[in-house]
Design a protein around this ligand. Structure first.
Ligand SMILES: *Cc1c(COP(=O)(O)O)cnc(C)c1O
Length: 459
């Protein structure tokens, strides 16, 4: 049969069968009763099991989807499995998962108002709700970016741009090297952003409890003066879930007139829980902040909500200018692409919008509260068990502990066995040069019994 050029697009029997097969699989997958944990295979095994899928004439959707379902998908660890407790797990709500398919099916350009106004409006409803929850003033706004790394980078680029402008307006000369200040416990993406921006990182020392405070920031600002364009506070460190003393840091940044960025990629979601709000005091004074919906806001990969107190400063730093974009840049419309490092943009905030619209905000608050509560309970259980040591009281939903006497090799062998048995995915981490184990709890489907079951295997 000659290859008609419309084959990929026309509404033929073949096309209908392909779409049905894919949606059937997606439906099955989204509604699995016992979602498999699965595990990685080697490149060698995969080439043997799924050889030559890219051919001149195609292998057909039936074969391709079968290979995906039977070989390739089982070679991907399921990050929303209740026993997935490494790194930061994901646990998208069923509504968010389903709506992600709608975003995919709709060919929406989320970068500009003129093309995506309905999508951008819905995303902004979510961003404005978050801004109010975090106490930002009216006029705050932002954009959903790919992830926290890009969100942090975009915010810091805005901060440096604002500092440069002010320096120029004041007739001062620019420093030889710009400096960003953050805690020794800050996420690696801050150092990565600094490397991309070719600026220096000055590390401020957190207290013995891991929290960065204003006095430590002040000491670093004294040493670097006008070269500092931003201070980054962390609202929930990735390894321990520690929240910096943001209010005391804001006291310092306000006095010195330095940009305050809050990295809340993982932890800031906990501010949605009423009794946790005091932990985050000071967030309302941030110039910019991020929180990742794909972490603790139950949205699928990949999404970071980036918010600015004064979005105009982000427009000034990020708007791309080109003749073919004139229609867009000459208008006063809200164009999400202009607020961060991107142009073409998936409307990646829509799954969260749909899920929030479906279930309401109270459901979110209680799902996050359940994670915090479970972390507390399992920390008490670890403290009570012989042969276990809790490394630090959990502030959010990360629990770090030791099996007394175990070496890194012991942890690794145990961790491999746990995954091999398809019980859980818990990889060793380290603290102060010492190997530790870490439960990061996100999914409301992770129960006390899931965790004690895993603890029981540590022998
Ligand atoms: C996960 C995380 C990041 C990076 O976010 P990505 O979405 O993985 O790029 C940044 N900061 C903190 C505190 C994080 O937990």
């Amino acid at each position: 049969m000659p290859n008609a050029p419309q084959r990929m697009h026309e509404l033929s029997e073949e096309t209908r069968a392909t779409v049905d097969d894919v949606l059937d699989y997606a439906r099955r997958r989204a509604l699995y009763e016992d979602v498999p944990l699965d595990k990685p295979l080697t490149p060698r095994d995969l080439s043997r099991l799924a050889p030559r899928t890219i051919t001149a004439d195609g292998i057909g959707s039936r074969r391709a989807i079968a290979l995906w379902e039977n070989v390739l998908a089982p070679a991907c660890v399921t990050t929303d499995h209740p026993g997935y407790l490494s790194f930061i797990p994901s646990a998208p709500s069923k509504a968010a998962i389903a709506f992600d398919l709608v975003v995919s099916a709709s060919a929406i350009y989320g970068g500009s108002w003129i093309e995506g106004s309905g999508a951008v409006f819905a995303e902004n409803e979510v961003l404005h709700w978050l801004a109010r929850e975090f106490g930002l003033p009216e006029g705050a706004g932002g954009v959903f970016m790919q992830g926290g790394t890009i969100g942090n980078l975009s915010a810091l680029v805005t901060a440096r741009d604002a500092a440069r402008r002010r320096q120029r307006e004041a007739g001062r000369t620019a420093p030889d090297r710009w400096v960003v200040v953050c805690s020794a416990e800050a996420h690696s993406s801050i150092a990565s952003a600094a490397a991309v921006m070719d600026v220096d990182v000055a590390v401020a020392r957190p207290g013995g409890d891991g929290r960065l405070r204003g006095d430590a920031v002040e000491a670093v600002l004294d040493a670097h003066g006008d070269a500092v364009f931003a201070v980054v506070a962390t609202a929930g460190t990735t390894n321990f879930g520690i929240v910096d003393d943001i209010a005391s840091i804001a006291d310092v940044t306000e006095t010195r007139d330095v940009w305050l960025h809050v990295d809340g990629a993982y932890g800031l979601a906990a501010m949605l829980v009423e009794h946790m709000r005091p932990v985050f005091a000071g967030v309302e004074r941030a110039d910019s902040l991020i929180v990742d919906p794909h972490k603790w806001l139950f949205a699928p990969f990949d999404a970071c909500a980036l918010l600015y107190r004064r979005p105009a400063l982000a427009l000034a730093a990020h708007t791309q200018r080109a003749e073919y974009l004139d229609t867009i840049t000459d208008s006063a419309d809200w164009n999400p692409s202009d607020l961060g490092i991107q142009l073409t943009r998936r409307a990646r905030g829509l799954p969260l919008w749909f899920s929030l619209a479906t279930y309401g905000t109270e459901e979110y608050r209680s799902a996050i509260a359940a994670g915090i509560d479970l972390a507390r309970r399992i920390a008490d259980e670890i403290t009570a068990r012989d042969g276990f040591t809790l490394v630090r009281d959990p502030q959010l939903s990360v629990v770090v502990f030791r099996r007394d006497g175990w070496t890194l090799e012991d942890y690794r062998a145990w961790s491999d066995r746990l995954l091999e048995d398809q019980r859980g995915f818990v990889v060793p981490s380290s603290h102060d040069g010492e190997p530790v184990l870490r439960f990061a709890i996100i999914s409301p489907m992770t129960t006390f019994e899931t965790l004690t079951g895993i603890l029981d295997t540590l022998r």
